[in-house]
Design a protein around this ligand. Structure first.
Ligand SMILES: C[S@@+](CC[C@H](N)C(=O)[O-])C[C@H]1O[C@@H](n2cnc3c(N)ncnc32)[C@H](O)[C@@H]1O
Length: 217
């Protein structure tokens, strides 16, 4: 019988290792995945996971990342179909950064009202000290129907500071910064919805940047 292989002499480069050296980044409500794809190309040592409840927009990009590198394939990305309400436990504690850009539907309701259960889900996938960035873009005229459907009041900087900050803190985040993003800065956000919405001067972009506290309260 052959002896079992002695792995103790293998070099690190012999092992299958995902390129997570500089951290793991989750993008929740990733849509067509443009943000994670663009970032993954720029940061080959980070590992990106794009997550969306809807499998449709994930189809094209999920196929593309598995192509040869010369045809757009990337080894440091994967896409996952999951709602934020039901993030798989395998993701617990893995994220160094979590992004939520231009949420809609139940994801918008959760981050814009500070829903404790969903915020705790976001905290659960974070490692201690991980950064959470939430960017909400609403046009109170055009989006009125959806806002009423979701039971949302108008989002404002004052509402974020007076109501949301403490809700994020209750879920285990320390809020570092809140504010409104001027239209001139939108182009920094490499997402399909940032591109789609940037011409609308009536749309205000609010952001919340928070850090996962060491101990979940
Ligand atoms: C307006 S799109 C934004 C997509 C992308 N982040 C961007 O900026 O281009 C909102 C996305 O949130 C997703 N979404 C809505 N509710 C969700 C939930 N509960 N969990 C996960 N994703 C959700 C939708 O399927 C949709 O793809």
């Amino acid at each position: 019988m052959d002896e079992p292989a002695d792995n103790s002499t293998s070099k690190p480069s012999d092992n299958l290792s995902l390129p997570t050296g500089d951290g793991v980044v989750l993008d929740i409500g990733t849509g067509d995945g443009l943000f994670v794809y663009a970032c993954a190309r720029e940061n080959p040592k980070k590992f990106y996971i794009g997550i969306d409840a809807n499998p449709r927009p994930l189809e094209k990009i999920s196929e593309k990342i598995h192509r040869k590198a010369s045809k757009g394939g990337l080894p440091n990305v994967l896409f996952l179909q999951s709602s934020v309400e039901d993030l798989p436990s395998e993701l617990n504690g893995v994220a160094d950064e979590v992004h939520v850009h231009f949420p809609w539907g139940s994801l918008l309701r959760a981050v814009a009202t500070g829903d404790n259960e969903v915020l705790q889900n976001l905290r659960r996938v974070c490692s201690a000290g991980a950064l959470l960035e939430v960017v909400i873009g609403l046009d109170s005229e055009r989006d009125r129907t959806e806002m009423v459907r979701l039971g949302l009041e108008t989002i404002s900087a004052a509402h974020i500071d007076s109501v949301l900050v403490s809700r994020y803190e209750d879920a285990g985040f320390e809020v570092l910064e809140t504010g409104a993003l001027p239209a001139s800065e939108w182009s920094r956000l490499q997402t399909s919805w940032a591109k789609r919405l940037k011409g609308n001067v009536n749309r205000t972009l609010f952001y919340i940047v928070a850090r996962a506290a060491g101990v979940v309260r």
